[in-house]
Design a protein around this ligand. Structure first.
Ligand SMILES: [Zn+2]
Ligand SMILES: [Zn+2]
Length: 319
């Protein structure tokens, strides 16, 4: 099963800089298969999404967090490595040492970073199954020409995560943002009382995506604009102008008009600047004759059309 969702999420802990208590998250999940080709597909989906948004220098950061068979072996190796310098780690990491030593690898504290520099990497302790899985993912990325690098510091704090862990980063060196984080969670279903169901996916914060796009000057697309602008020249035409406006809207044609009593020139300018393609112009004179001036703003051509024909003529021009 392949799913995606987007919606507001709420963070319990105090938000850090650039993060909000209510934030918007986008998720992609593929549930039911343990094939490494699904990991590849999820990573490619992330890359495709961010490249279509126009982000530059996309790079995959990759690691494996192993499985319940091989992770304890690594955990012990890491603890043996850290134990002699335990007293030099930051307070948080000293607390983590027994509970969650893997998390010490992603501590941002300079001293902790320096101490873990030479730490063993988990991919040296992977069991055969995890190792094969990891190789299949990396060779898939190789053959698709995706830039990635393996980072032993990319770890997860929870036991239900297995095998592939990844992040996608974007931006020039020094100004890189992680735009999504993901990986495999084959033991999640069981951890919450369900049957064994493998799964892999990623989550991305929309706030972070928008921030990154702004930093990189990406396009957010064209502002939506009404197709038709109804230009009302004088007070006598107001009722008919409103009538034309709703005839168009009821046929599913997006239309807008001026409600501020501005002059014709200002209204035409609004229509053009707002991206409208057609202007329907009418004043007392047109109303008296039962006609509307329909102007194709792109071609700068105009013609008189009877009131009953306005909608079909406008639809023709827009087609
Ligand atoms: Zn394993
Ligand atoms: Zn630390």
């Amino acid at each position: 099963m392949k799913l995606w969702e987007v919606g507001p999420m709420f963070r319990y802990e105090r938000p850090q800089k650039g993060r909000y208590r209510q934030f918007w998250q986008l998720d992609f999940e593929s549930i039911g298969s343990d094939s490494p080709m699904v990991d590849l597909e999820v990573i490619m989906t992330a890359i495709e999404l961010f490249s279509r948004l126009g982000m530059s220098n996309l790079e995959v950061i990759l690691n494996s967090v192993g499985c319940p068979k091989c992770r304890p072996v690594y955990r012990n190796a890491l603890m043996d490595f850290l134990r002699p310098r335990l007293g030099e780690l930051c307070d948080t990491c000293q607390n983590r040492f027994d509970r969650n030593p893997l998390r010490i690898l992603d501590c941002k504290d300079e001293k902790c970073k320096e101490i873990t520099e030479g730490a063993p990497a988990i991919f040296e302790s992977l069991c055969e199954e995890c190792s094969e899985h990891f190789k299949a993912v990396t060779s898939g990325l190789d053959s698709l020409g995706v830039v990635y690098h393996i980072d032993k510091r990319l770890v997860r704090g929870l036991d239900y995560y297995t095998k592939t862990a990844f992040e996608v980063q974007s931006g020039d060196l020094g100004a890189q943002n992680a735009v999504c984080g993901g990986g495999r969670y084959d033991n999640l279903s069981e951890a919450i009382g369900g049957p064994h169901v493998p799964g892999v996916g990623f989550a991305a914060g929309l706030d972070r995506i928008v921030l990154t796009m702004e930093q990189q000057g990406c396009s957010f697309g064209k502002e939506p604009s009404p197709s038709v602008y109804v230009v009302c020249i004088d007070e006598q035409a107001l009722a008919s102008a409103v009538d034309v406006l709703y005839r168009l809207r009821r046929e599913g044609i997006s239309a807008d008009m001026d409600y501020m009593g501005r002059g014709m020139k200002a209204q035409i300018k609004s229509a053009v600047n707002g991206g409208s393609l057609v202007a329907c112009i009418l004043g007392g004179d047109e109303v008296a004759r039962g006609v509307v001036m329909v102007k194709d703003l792109e071609k700068s051509q105009q013609e008189e059309v009877s009131l009953d024909q306005v909608v079909s003529r406008v639809a023709q021009i827009l087609r």
